[in-house]
Design a protein around this ligand. Structure first.
Ligand code: BGC
Length: 742
C-alpha cells in the first residue's frame, strides 16, 4: 500500500504531564520481565486460571485479565497486585460487555436502527455502571466494522453499513462507556474494534480474508474508527482478518502509520484472542517467535490470551529485533490507561453493589432503546396499531414469541435471562375481559422442522381476529463464527406463515434476528412487519407497547435489506458505474423473449432475477404517523472553504398519530478525481410531530461534509457540483444542487 500523505485531520497528542512523569518513574523501576508482563492479558475463566493468575500477579508479571466477572475474585487479584507485587501495579479487567451487562440492550445493529446517539449513549452508560460494579474496567466495544454482508454473523454486533451513522453511534457508545472522565468509578474504558476491515470478510464467512482497496479503506472502513478515536476511545483492538494479504495484527501501515503517526492515538492497542500466534496459521510467520516479532513491531501493545509475548519479547530485545524503547512505549500505553482509569488510586469495588443490576432506571433505558430500534417495514391497511380497547381475540404465535433468552441476542456472557421479558408476557398485560390473548408457538424453536403444533396453531389463528407471528433466528445463529449462507427464516417458519396466511386471518410479523434476513418469500404473506432485531431484556414490553399503539415505531434500517443472497454485498452508497441501471433499462428474467438478442436486455448493472433494488432500502422505516417532505431550500447555491449552506425542508405529519421521523441528508459529489458513491449520508435528525403538526428541519453543510480521501491521497473537498437529498430514507427524492467554489 502506498504511503498516506494525510488521513483526515491530523490530531495532536494530548498527554497529561503528571501521568507521563509517573509512567516514567515506574518504567525506571521496572525489570524487563515486569515490563513484558504488563503486555500480556490472560484468560481468567476457571479455577486453574484463577490460581495461575494469582501467582503471576504476585510476581508483577501480568497486565490484564479477561473473562472474569466475580467481584470477589477480581478484588483479590487487585489486592495481590497492589499489596503483594513489587511495584503495586493494578490490573486491567476486561470483558465483552457489548450491549449490556445483566440488563441487555438491543444488539448493536438494533441500537443502530434507532439512529439515536442519545439512547445509544445511555445504553452504554448502563452497561458501564453494571459491569464496573463487579470490578470490570475495560470493555471490548464498540465494534465499528462496516458491515455490508448479512451472511456475516458479526453484523449483529455492528452498527450497520454506513460510515457516518456507524461513526456517530460508535462515538456515542464511547461517551456512554467512558463518561466525562475515565477515572469515575462508573466509567469503563472503551475498545474500538476490529481494526480494520473485518466486516469485509469474503462472502461473509467469519475470519476470512478481506480485500479492500486503498481509497475504499480510507473513505469507508477507517472513518468510524477515526470518529471514535477523536471521541477519546481509550483502546483499540486489531482484527483477526488479513487485509490485502497482511493480517491486521501484523499491519504496521494500519497500527503505526495511520493510527499513531497520523491520528496520534495515545491509547492502548490489543490483539484479538490468540491472534498474535495465529499469524503463523495465516502463514506469514514460521513460529511463535516470528509472530511476536511481527505483532510487536507492527504496533500491538498487548497480546490477548496467547503467550508469544511473554515467551519471546525478552529474547527479541536481546537480539535487537525489538528495541527497549519500543517495549517502553508499549508498556507506557498500558500504564497510561491504568492511570487514566484511576486504578492506582483505587482498583477495588464494593461487591455489595450487585443490587444495581436490572434497576428500574436500567430497564427503562433498555425498553426505550428496544422501542426505538423497531423498524416498521410494512403496514397494509393500517393493521397496526392494534386496538387494546376493542373486543376481540389476538393469537400470539411463533418460536420467538416467548423466548426470553433468545431475544437477548449474541454476546451476552452476563445477560440475565431471568429478568428478560418476552413478547407474550408483555402482551398478556393488555388482556381484558373483552380482549383475549392466546398463545401457540407453532414451532418450538426457530430452526425446528417439527410441525406437530401446526394444527393447533392454525385452529387458533382461524378463531382470532389477528395473528401476531413472532419469527426470526435464535441468538446462536448470529454473532462470532455464526455466519449463514442462506439467510431466509430457518426451520419450518416459512411453511408456518403460509399455513396461517391460508386461514385468512391478518398477520403481523414481528421478526427477531441478528442480521437483516431475506424476506422476499414471505413479505406478501405478512400484512404488517415489525423488524425487531434481537431486542434485549425489555424487548417484550417495547414490542407490546408499539403493537398496541402506545408508541409509534420510529426505527430506520441501518442496513439495506436484500431481496436475495445473490445480491450481496448490497448497500445504498454504491458507485454509479459506467452503466447505471434505471427502471427502463431493467429487463427481468420472466420478461425476456425467447431468442432475445444479446444486447436487448438493457446492458446495465443489475441481476436478471433480482433487478437492482433491495427489498427495503437503507434508512427506510414507517411510523404510525404520515410524514410529508416539501419545500427543500438551500440558503445559497455556492459554498466556499469558510462558509456554510443551510439546507431546509418542511416536514409535516399528516397522519393521525404522534410519531418520530428520522430526517436524513444525503449528498452526491457529481464529479471527483475518483468515482464517488451515488449518495452518502452526511446528517440525520429525529423529529417528533403530533398529528397535523409541521416544522422546518435544517442542516448546515460545510466543506467538512464533502471531504474524502482523494486521488491525491489527501483528505479534502474537491470543487464542483454537489447534489443533495433530504427525506426519510436513502430513496429520498426531494433534491437540489449547489457548487463548491475552487
Ligand atoms: C472476538 C473479540 C472479543 C474477544 C474477547 C474474540 O474472539 O473477536 O471481538 O472481544 O474474542 O472475547
Amino acid at each position: 500500500m502506498e504511503t498516506v500523505k494525510s488521513v483526515e485531520t491530523e490530531t495532536q497528542l494530548n498527554l497529561d504531564p503528571i501521568i507521563e512523569s509517573k509512567i516514567k518513574t515506574l518504567l525506571n523501576q521496572m525489570t524487563l520481565a515486569e515490563k513484558i508482563g504488563q503486555l500480556s492479558q490472560h484468560n481468567g475463566e476457571g479455577f486453574e486460571a484463577v490460581a495461575a493468575i494469582n501467582r503471576r500477579v504476585k510476581q508483577g508479571q501480568l497486565g490484564s485479565v479477561l473473562n472474569q466477572a466475580d467481584p470477589e475474585i477480581i478484588n483479590e487479584w487487585q489486592r495481590i497486585a497492589v499489596e503483594e507485587s513489587r511495584l503495586g501495579i493494578p490490573l486491567l479487567i476486561a470483558r465483552d460487555v457489548i450491549h449490556g451487562f445483566k440488563t441487555v440492550m438491543p444488539i448493536p445493529l438494533g441500537q443502530a436502527a434507532s439512529w439515536n446517539p442519545d439512547i445509544v449513549e445511555r445504553g452504554a452508560q448502563i452497561a458501564a455502571h453494571e459491569s464496573s460494579s463487579v470490578g470490570i474496567n475495560w470493555t471490548f466495544a464498540p465494534m465499528v466494522d462496516i458491515s455490508r454482508d448479512p451472511r456475516w454473523g458479526r453484523i449483529a454486533e455492528s452498527l450497520g453499513e454506513d460510515p457516518y451513522l456507524c461513526g456517530e453511534l460508535g462515538a456515542a457508545m464511547v461517551r456512554g462507556f467512558q463518561g466525562d472522565n475515565l477515572s469515575n468509578p462508573n466509567s469503563i474504558a472503551a475498545c474500538v474494534k476490529h481494526f480494520c476491515g473485518y466486516g469485509a470478510s469474503e462472502a461473509g464467512r467469519d475470519y476470512s480474508s478481506t480485500n479492500i482497496p486503498e481509497y475504499e479503506l480510507h473513505n469507508v472502513y477507517l472513518r468510524p474508527f477515526k470518529r471514535c478515536i477523536d471521541e477519546g476511545a481509550a483502546s483499540l483492538m486489531a482484527s483477526f482478518s488479513d487485509i490485502d494479504g497482511i493480517p491486521a495484527t501484523a499491519n504496521d501501515y494500519l497500527l503505526t502509520e495511520i493510527l499513531r503517526e497520523h491520528w496520534k492515538f495515545d491509547g492502548l492497542t490489543v490483539s484479538d484472542w490468540n491472534a498474535v500466534q495465529e499469524l503463523a496459521v495465516h502463514g506469514i510467520a514460521e513460529n511463535d517467535k516470528d509472530c511476536a516479532t511481527l505483532a510487536a513491531n507492527a504496533g500491538i501493545d498487548m497480546e490477548m490470551s496467547g503467550t508469544s509475548y511473554e515467551d519471546y519479547l525478552s529474547g527479541l530485545v536481546k537480539e535487537n529485533l525489538l528495541s527497549i524503547n519500543q517495549i517502553d512505549a508499549m508498556v507506557s500505553n498500558v500504564l497510561r490507561l491504568k492511570f487514566r482509569l484511576g486504578l492506582f488510586d483505587n482498583p477495588f469495588v464494593d461487591d455489595k453493589n450487585a443490587q444495581l443490576f436490572g434497576s428500574d432506571a436500567a430497564l427503562k433505558v433498555a425498553q426505550e432503546a428496544a422501542q426505538q430500534s423497531l423498524v416498521l417495514l410494512k403496514n397494509q391497511n393500517n393493521l397496526l396499531p392494534l386496538s387494546s380497547t376493542k373486543k376481540g381475540k389476538i393469537a400470539v404465535m411463533g418460536p420467538l414469541a416467548d423466548a426470553p433468552y433468545e431475544q437477548l441476542g449474541t454476546w451476552i456472557f452476563d445477560g440475565d435471562a431471568s429478568i428478560s421479558q418476552s413478547i407474550l408476557t408483555a402482551m398478556k398485560l393488555f388482556q381484558t375481559d373483552n380482549l383475549k390473548i392466546d398463545f401457540n408457538c407453532g414451532l418450538e424453536y426457530s430452526r425446528s422442522k417439527d410441525t406437530k403444533h401446526f394444527n393447533d396453531a392454525i385452529k387458533l389463528a382461524k378463531n382470532s381476529d389477528v395473528a401476531v407471528l413472532c419469527l426470526g433466528e435464535e441468538s446462536i445463529l448470529s454473532g462470532e463464527a455464526h455466519s449463514r449462507a442462506c439467510i431466509d427464516l430457518p426451520g419450518a417458519q416459512i411453511d408456518l406463515i403460509k399455513q396461517i396466511k391460508a386461514t385468512g386471518t391478518p398477520i403481523v410479523g414481528v421478526i427477531l434476528a441478528g442480521r437483516s434476513l431475506t424476506l422476499t418469500n414471505i413479505v406478501d404473506d405478512l400484512d404488517a412487519i415489525i423488524y425487531a432485531w434481537h431486542p434485549g431484556t425489555m424487548g417484550g414490553p417495547a414490542i407490546a407497547e408499539t403493537l398496541f399503539g402506545q408508541k409509534s415505531p420510529s426505527g430506520k434500517l441501518p442496513v439495506t435489506l436484500p431481496k436475495m443472497v445473490g445480491q450481496l454485498p448490497l448497500y445504498y452508497s454504491q458507485k454509479n458505474t459506467g452503466r447505471p441501471p434505471t427502471d427502463e433499462s431493467v429487463v427481468l428474467i420472466d420478461e425476456i423473449q425467447q431468442f432475445a438478442e444479446q444486447t436487448s436486455l438493457g446492458m446495465t448493472a443489475f441481476h436478471l432475477d433480482a433487478g437492482y433494488k433491495p427489498l427495503f432500502p437503507f434508512g427506510f422505516g414507517l411510523t404510525y404517523g404520515e410524514f410529508d417532505y416539501s419545500n427543500l431550500q438551500l440558503s445559497a447555491a455556492q459554498l466556499s472553504e469558510n462558509s456554510s449552506i443551510t439546507a431546509k425542508v418542511t416536514l409535516a405529519n399528516s397522519g393521525s398519530h404522534t410519531a418520530t421521523e428520522t430526517v436524513q441528508l444525503y449528498i452526491r459529489d457529481k464529479v471527483g478525481t475518483i468515482t464517488r458513491p451515488i449518495k452518502e449520508l452526511v446528517g440525520f435528525q429525529r423529529v417528533t410531530l403530533a398529528p397535523g403538526e409541521k416544522t422546518s428541519v435544517s442542516f448546515e453543510i460545510t466543506t467538512n461534509n464533502l471531504k474524502f480521501y482523494t486521488r491525491r491521497r489527501q483528505w479534502e473537498a474537491e470543487p464542483g457540483e454537489f447534489q443533495i437529498w433530504i427525506g426519510g430514507s436513502s430513496d429520498a427524492t426531494l433534491s437540489d444542487t449547489f457548487s463548491l467554489l475552487a
